[in-house]
Design a protein around this ligand. Sequence first.
Ligand SMILES: Cc1cc2nc3c(=O)[nH]c(=O)nc-3n(C[C@H](O)[C@H](O)[C@H](O)COP(=O)(O)O)c2cc1C
Length: 179
Amino acid sequence: MRFMLLSGSFHKRSVSQGIIREVVQYLQGHECTVPRLDELSFYSEDLEAENKPENVARFIEDVSLCDGIIFCTPEYNHSIPAVLKNAIDWASRPAFRSPLKGKPVAIITQAVSEVGGARAQAHLKLVLDSTISKIQPIHEMMISDVNNKFNENQSIIDNKTLERLHRHVNDFVSFASRP
Ligand SMILES: Cc1cc2nc3c(=O)[nH]c(=O)nc-3n(C[C@H](O)[C@H](O)[C@H](O)COP(=O)(O)O)c2cc1C
């Protein structure tokens, strides 16, 4: 199967990118793409109509072709990072018949705090609802207290977190395989 992994964070020591590396490794045998959403222009109806940038066109094409999308994002100011929202905005057109319609999606949030990005998780669900994508129903995957669960290379050192992540990804592969 073909999966896309979308993050809201791209700095060198990003925990989200550490989780994505773990998921890509776990999904060996499947095809995975991890686009740089921070390099996409801000959405504009003019750009969309007249001259869609090549990386945006490629991103939208990849969204159309994949069998599922795994979102993995930090919480920024009680919501999702702007780069992630921008990418969803690009892929969400035309409204109600975009490449996101019916697309199986999984959500993973993480944060230093005890709530593990729960507000970003809720906001992302709300945003994805508007695209009519197919959101994985259970379990919710939030990782709290990341300072104690990851090492300095952003690899997971907490076995329970690793088990939960693998279960979540397994469940998602089954969910995305269903017609
Ligand atoms: C601009 C900004 C806003 C943030 N806002 C929140 C927040 O509202 N709630 C929270 O729990 N963490 C917040 N954080 C902390 C990040 O969610 C946390 O450090 C996360 O692990 C970063 O993930 P990353 O390493 O993938 O970038 C914020 C961080 C930044 C940079």
